[in-house]
Design a protein around this ligand. Structure first.
Ligand code: 13P
Ligand code: 13P
Ligand code: MG
Ligand code: MG
Length: 371
């Protein structure tokens, strides 16, 4: 069976205005590039979206993950959009393109990437999540809930095809190591790691052997790129994306989006330096306004049909999420009231990846011994 690959590749190539959203001309320019690639047969299908100020390229193709052609297409599309951003003098034009030239694989060059290759099932529902003003570890909580928490996912209890649980691939993004943990038997070990979301990040989720799906095909993937580690300085907050497959041996669509009814705390927001609630929003409200936030997530739902991305359905465009949004706004008020104090401001270790160390340098020479 010929496999299909879905690649979600994103970059901030200029904000409009400030870091709030993507100017329509950038999307139009990106559309010109991807339309051509579809006409040439490189892409089966594509959609262009924005999460706040991040330009999101969702593409389906037959080239597999880490394809030079697909990564090259994304890179050149971001470069073309950057030209438009420069002409419009948008804020931080080309922000996430950290190197001068494409060299075969877009990983480590600035953009965030989530790719899944699989055999398309009889019905293949897929959710593309896109976040702005936060970091890859922001997906730990919902991905854990979706694939390992029976209070979120009823299927773990009542569906025999999911009853054995899933395997989590967790990365230590600082030490560049990974570990595979099986749930439910290693649930507490998994939580011991992923609760520390700035270091341990869920990269992929796999079904277990007994599932109806092949065990070597991931069913969820999250972008784990960290801009700071590439650039060596603060350029933005690694706003992450994820792809999650659903139904028939996997969590149902409603189980996949259920964790976002709770506006949990993530790090990012203003200047990548603050904790705040993540607000699930419709595409219309995929823009970061108040204090450059609060951090937001959109969910684009699709059914795949021979690689065609049928959709998107704007999944958080629903009054059922109004209470989560109201709660997020209330938590935003409460967190903001702390001003520059922790835990609204990130702990000092995390501030190392922001512009604060440059302020600290100015004071360094003035410290005297106290003992
Ligand atoms: P982005 O990472 O979305 O560009 O945001 C940067 C920032 O500093 C917002 O205050
Ligand atoms: P600039 O005003 O220099 O962009 O810095 C603030 C910010 O938003 C960080 O990206
Ligand atoms: Mg930006
Ligand atoms: Mg952003």
């Amino acid at each position: 069976m010929e496999k299909i690959t879905v690649s979600l590749i994103k970059a901030d190539v200029g904000g409009f205005p400030g870091h709030s959203t993507v100017h329509p001309d950038l999307k139009e320019r990106a559309n010109k590039e991807l339309k051509q690639a579809k006409q040439n047969g490189l892409l089966v299908d594509y959609h262009i979206l924005n999460a706040g100020d991040d330009l999101e390229l969702l593409m389906s193709h037959r080239k597999g993950v880490d394809s030079e052609e697909i990564h090259g297409l994304a890179w050149h599309t971001f470069e073309a959009a950057t030209e438009v951003a420069k002409e419009l003098k948008l804020h931080g034009a080309g922000q996430d393109l950290l190197v001068d030239a494409f060299s075969g694989n877009i990983r480590g060059m600035g953009p965030g990437i989530a790719e899944l290759e699989f055999v398309e099932r009889g019905s293949e529902p897929l959710v593309a999540f896109m976040m702005d003003k936060t970091e890859p570890g922001a997906f730990n909580y919902p991905i854990y809930k979706i694939f390992a928490d029976p209070f979120n996912t009823a299927g773990l209890v009542v569906d025999p095809t999911m009853h054995d649980g899933f395997v989590f691939e967790v990365w230590d993004i600082k030490k560049k190591k990974r570990v595979f943990l099986r749930t439910p038997e290693e649930l507490y070990s998994l939580l011991a790691l992923i609760g520390a979301k700035s270091e341990y990040v869920i990269k992929r989720v796999f079904p277990k052997v007994t599932s109806p799906l092949p065990k070597d095909e991931p069913v969820a993937v999250i972008s784990t790129e960290k801009l700071f580690f590439t650039a060596g300085k603060y350029v933005g907050k690694d706003d992450p994306v994820a792809l999650v497959r659903s139904q028939s041996g996997l969590p149902a669509l409603g189980e996949v989006i259920e964790p976002f009814a709770m506006p949990y705390l993530v790090s990012g927001w203003m200047r990548g330096s603050h904790n705040g609630p993540i607000m699930p929003v419709s595409f219309t409200y995929s823009k970061c306004t108040r204090f450059d936030g609060p951090p937001r997530v959109i969910a684009a739902g699709f059914q795949l049909s021979k690689g065609r991305l049928v959709g998107p359905a704007d999944l958080f465009d629903d009054p059922a999420y109004d209470r989560a949004r109201r709660k997020a706004a209330m938590i935003a008020d409460y967190m903001r009231a702390h001003g520059p104090f922790e835990p609204h401001r990130l702990p000092i270790e995390e501030m190392e990846y922001t512009t604060l160390p440059n302020v600290m340098k100015k004071l360094a020479g003035r410290f005297e011994d106290t003992e």
